[in-house]
Design a protein around this ligand. Structure first.
Ligand code: DX5
Ligand code: ZN
Length: 216
């Protein structure tokens, strides 16, 4: 699959409805929503209040990426707020299974995420228990960082583990994605590319989305 999920973190919040209308018109597949708590990551973004306009003005599925401690306390509220998928970090919990079960019980798709310093092999036992894994290609916390090239081998590794098992688990990549590396990421086996600054910072965001999607 080749899906593009623009990260609303880089949107203009003074003109949020306009930016969401652009997303609706565009070939974007999902809207990626970065929730940061200032504890799991050294930055604070936004939380439940903004799920309301996201849901109201965006016609695309809402892909929620929680960068928070204690995701078990909040995943159900994000499901109720209209999330299409809810992801949290493996390194933020002792055992992801109960948290995944809370999301599944709401009928919402699950995603397990790791930062670049977490061994990608730690995802393997969960590949058949989630709808998607998200490999961070920058350290979670800020948009506009530079893509970490070592991510490429991790994508190939997870792709082969998924294929070996005949699973449909999606691979999402988040951080430093742009029109220059999208082709390589898809070729390595990524299914979903998150792009914040490369979309909202582009002169023509719809064109940037189209370019990333069109790559072979
Ligand atoms: C970083 C977030 C990303 C971020 C991506 O912690 O998870 O989704 O918004 O931004 P860019 O595409 O600018 O690296
Ligand atoms: Zn993200």
């Amino acid at each position: 699959m080749k899906l593009i999920a623009p990260s609303v973190l880089s949107a203009d919040f003074g003109h949020l409805a306009d930016d969401l209308e652009m997303i609706n018109r565009s070939e974007a597949d999902w809207l990626h929503i970065d929730v940061m708590d200032g504890t799991f990551v050294p930055n604070i973004s936004f939380g439940f209040p903004l799920m309301v306009p996201f849901r109201k003005y965006c016609s695309k599925p809402l892909d929620v990426h929680l960068m928070i401690v204690h995701p078990e306390k909040y995943v159900e509220r994000f499901c109720d707020a209209g999330a299409w998928s809810v992801g949290f970090h493996l390194e933020a919990v002792d055992d992801p299974i109960p948290v995944l079960n809370l999301i599944k019980a709401k009928g919402v798709r699950t995603c397990l995420t790791i930062n670049p310093d977490i061994d990608v092999k730690r995802l393997v036992p969960y590949l058949d228990k989630v709808d998607m894994v998200l490999l961070m290609s920058v350290f979670a916390g800020f948009g506009g960082q530079k893509f970490i090239p070592e991510t490429m081998d991790k994508i190939r590794f997870i792709r082969s583990e998924i294929d070996k098992r005949g699973l449909n688990t999606l691979i999402e990549i988040d951080g430093g994605v742009n029109t220059g590396n999208a082709a390589e990421l898809f070729a390595a086996g990524a299914d979903v590319l998150v792009a914040g600054s490369a979309v909202f910072g582009a002169k023509d965001p719809e064109e940037a989305i189209r370019t990333m999607k069109k790559v072979q």
